[in-house]
Design a protein around this ligand. Structure first.
Ligand code: NCD
Ligand code: ZN
Length: 346
C-alpha cells in the first residue's frame, strides 16, 4: 500500500473564523490546507446584510498572512427582517454563496435567528428562484425536546415541511449527527446536501461524559450514540455526492470552554486532514477521501473544483496542542489516540 496520497486541495463547507485577534490566529490554521471555506456569519452582532458580509470578507483577507492564498465564501445570517432584495444583490455580485438559518437560540450567537418561519418565506422563495443554498442548523430549541432528539425532531417538524413548501430551494443540512439525518439527506435528491464534521466521525456521547466531563468534546449539535457515529462514518466514507466536509471548526478560548457553563465548539482546523485520512483508512475508504473533502462540496455549490493539490504522507503529524490567540489559548481537537498521517505539502 502506498504511503502517500495526493488529492485535489480540499474545501471546508462550514467554518467559524470569528473576528479580530481570534480571526488572525485561526485563519492560517485553515488556509494552510484548505483553498476555500463557507464562513459562518454568527459574529456578535451577526453578519446580516450584504454590506456587512463585504466588510467581513475584507477583514478576513486583511488577516491572511502574506504568501497564503484562501477564498472565503461568505454567508448571510437569516433573520426575520432579512430583505430578499439585499440577499439577491449579494448573490448576484458573487459575494455571498449561502444564507444561514439558525433557529433562534439553537447555538452560540443565535439569538437573532428565526422563530416564525412565515416571516422568512419571501426570502426563501427568492433564494429558490436564484439558486442560492440555505445552510441549516437543524435543531429545534423547544425546552420540552431532549437535546439528543433535537435534530430528529427538527427534520420532521421544520425541515421536511419547509422543503415541501419550497421544493426548489437548495438546502444543506449542516453538521448532521444522527442516522436520521443521514437517511433523510440520502433520500433528498439533488437539491439536498449534508455536511459532516471531523469530530462527529470520531467521538460519541460517551467521549464527552464518561470518566469526567470533557469540555473540548462539547459542541452543538452534541455528539450522539455510537450507532449514529457509525452511520455518519458510513455516509462520509461512501463517496456519495450528498455528503461533504464541513468541519464546524469553532474556536473558543480554553477559559471559555473550561468553566461551569462552557461554550460549545470543537477546534479542528489544524489537524482535520490528518484525522480524516486516518478515519478513511480505518474504514478502507481512502480512495473516497477526495470526494468528501474536495469534490462533492463544489459540485453541490456549483463551483469549480480547486486546481491545487494536497499530499498526505504516512507519518505522525506535528502540530501544537494549543493555538495562541490574542484572546487566550485555543485547544486543538485531540482524538485521544496517536495520528498516523501528516500533510506533507499543500
Ligand atoms: C458553533 C460556534 O461556536 O459558533 N458551535 C458549535 O458547537 N458548533 C456554533 C454552531 O455551529 O452551532
Ligand atoms: Zn458551526
Amino acid at each position: 500500500m502506498s504511503d502517500t496520497l495526493t488529492i485535489i486541495r480540499p474545501d471546508d463547507w462550514h467554518l467559524h473564523l470569528r473576528d479580530g485577534a481570534m480571526l488572525r490566529a485561526v485563519l492560517p490554521e485553515t488556509a494552510r490546507h484548505f483553498a476555500r471555506a463557507i464562513i459562518m456569519p454568527n459574529l456578535v452582532p451577526p453578519v446580516v446584510t450584504g454590506a456587512q458580509a463585504a466588510a467581513y470578507r475584507e477583514r478576513i483577507m486583511a488577516a491572511l498572512p502574506e504568501g497564503m492564498s484562501f477564498e472565503p465564501l461568505m454567508t448571510l445570517y437569516l433573520t426575520e427582517d432579512t430583505d430578499p432584495e439585499d440577499v439577491a444583490a449579494a448573490h448576484a455580485s458573487g459575494l455571498v454563496k449561502a444564507v444561514k438559518l439558525y433557529p433562534a437560540g439553537a447555538t452560540t450567537n443565535s439569538a437573532s435567528g428565526v422563530s416564525d418561519f412565515t416571516k422568512v418565506r419571501a426570502v426563501l422563495e427568492k433564494m429558490a428562484e436564484i439558486g442560492l443554498p440555505l445552510c441549516v442548523h437543524g435543531e429545534v430549541t423547544r425546552a420540552d425536546v431532549d437535546i439528543f432528539d433535537r435534530e430528529a425532531v427538527f427534520i420532521d417538524t421544520v425541515l421536511d415541511p419547509l422543503r415541501r413548501t419550497t421544493p426548489e430551494l437548495r438546502v444543506v443540512m449542516e453538521h448532521i449527527t444522527t442516522s436520521h439525518g443521514v437517511d433523510y439527506a440520502r433520500a433528498g435528491g439533488e437539491t439536498l446536501g449534508a455536511t459532516i464534521t471531523t469530530h462527529h466521525l470520531i467521538i460519541n456521547r460517551n467521549h464527552i461524559l464518561v470518566g469526567g466531563i470533557k469540555p473540548h468534546y462539547y459542541c452543538l449539535p452534541v455528539a450522539k450514540r455510537e450507532e449514529h457515529r457509525l452511520a455518519l462514518r458510513a455516509a462520509a466514507t461512501s463517496g456519495e455526492a450528498t455528503f461533504f466536509l464541513g468541519t464546524d471548526s469553532a474556536p473558543h478560548t480554553d477559559s471559555n470552554k473550561e468553566q461551569a457553563c462552557g461554550c460549545a465548539g470543537c477546534f479542528t482546523a489544524t489537524n482535520t486532514m490528518s484525522l480524516l485520512a486516518q478515519v478513511f483508512e480505518e474504514d478502507g475508504a481512502l480512495p473516497n477521501l477526495e470526494a468528501f473533502t474536495s469534490k462533492n462540496g463544489p459540485a453541490f455549490y456549483g463551483l469549480p473544483q480547486n486546481t491545487g493539490t494536497l499530499t498526505l504522507r504516512k507519518a505522525p503529524p506535528s502540530y501544537p496542542k494549543k493555538i495562541l490567540t490574542g484572546e487566550g489559548e485555543v485547544t486543538v481537537f485531540d482524538p485521544g489516540y496517536p495520528l498516523t498521517w501528516e500533510v506533507a505539502s499543500a
